[in-house]
Structures are given as structure tokens and as C-alpha cells.
Design a binder for this molecule. Structure first.
Ligand code: ZN
Length: 146
């Protein structure tokens, strides 16, 4: 099993609804535009843990914890980023796609980049070879000055 593809991660993060996820673990009470609860990250008797559905973020005014659904799972359930994505994918019925370990998207991009650099170098070499072949004095003088 390799890394989850960037595209898949993005789909899961876009689908994840912070209120839906958090209410799987703690009881939230609607008040105004948002939801409140006693913070699961620090001990308290009056709720200062706030879920903002409009921004799809949670924030605790008591201890300062906050973030999106992924951040909640990582902190509350001790999940890694990848585990949180897999958990959310199951919840929202999103198929998880994995990169092969040998070549991730990043590595493919790097390879493409190297290829284009190599091509650029080859082009410059060709240019100089052509200059020398045509015995262009300008090119030789220019190289001499360096
Ligand atoms: Zn807190």
C-alpha cells in the first residue's frame, strides 16, 4: 500500500463536514449559527468548544485547539493524516486511490522536470556545436571572455 493520491485526498477533505464528523464522537448543542460542546481536549464544565459549520472548522476558546475534520480526527482519535483520510473516505463512501510506492505523483513531477532540464541543456549544447561548426567568431570570442 502506498500513498493516497493528491486528488483523492482533496476529494475527501472537500467532502468532510466538520459538524458531521465531530458529532460522531461528542455531543454538540446548536446555538445560533454554530454548535457548542465541552471541549474534548481539555477539562471544562462550561462549553467553549465551538463548531462553525459555515467555515467547516472547530475551535476551542479555552485551550486554542482548532482546525478541520482531519485535524479533529488526528487529535481526538490519535490518527495519522493518512488514517484520518481513510476514515473519512469510508464515512463518505469515497474510493481511496493509492500511488504505487515506487513512484508517487511528486516523483513523477520531478522526473518530468528533470527531463525538461536535460532537454534544455541539450539544446544549448547543440547551439554551441552549431556555432563552432560554422566557425562563428562571435561565439568563440564570447566563450573566451568568460
Ligand atoms: Zn479546549
Amino acid at each position: 500500500m502506498g500513498y493516497i493520491t493528491e486528488q483523492c485526498k482533496q476529494r475527501v477533505i472537500d467532502a468532510a463536514d466538520v459538524h458531521g464528523v465531530i458529532s460522531d464522537f461528542i455531543q454538540l448543542h446548536k446555538k445560533g449559527a454554530g454548535f457548542w460542546a465541552c471541549c474534548p481536549f481539555h477539562g471544562e464544565k462550561s462549553p467553549s468548544f465551538y463548531v462553525n459549520p459555515a467555515r467547516n472548522r472547530f475551535h476551542c476558546f479555552g485551550c486554542g485547539e482548532g482546525g478541520d475534520a482531519v485535524a479533529f480526527l488526528m487529535k481526538h482519535q490519535n490518527m495519522t493524516f493518512q488514517q484520518a483520510i481513510e476514515w473519512l473516505a469510508r464515512k463518505y463512501n469515497i474510493e481511496v486511490r493509492y500511488e504505487s510506492k515506487e513512484q508517487s505523483q511528486q516523483e513523477r513531477d520531478d522526473a518530468k522536470h528533470r527531463e525538461s532540464l536535460f532537454f534544455a541543456v541539450a539544446e544549448v549544447q547543440k547551439f554551441f556545436i552549431e556555432c563552432f561548426n560554422s566557425d562563428a567568431p562571435d561565439a568563440r570570442a564570447w566563450l573566451h571572455r568568460r
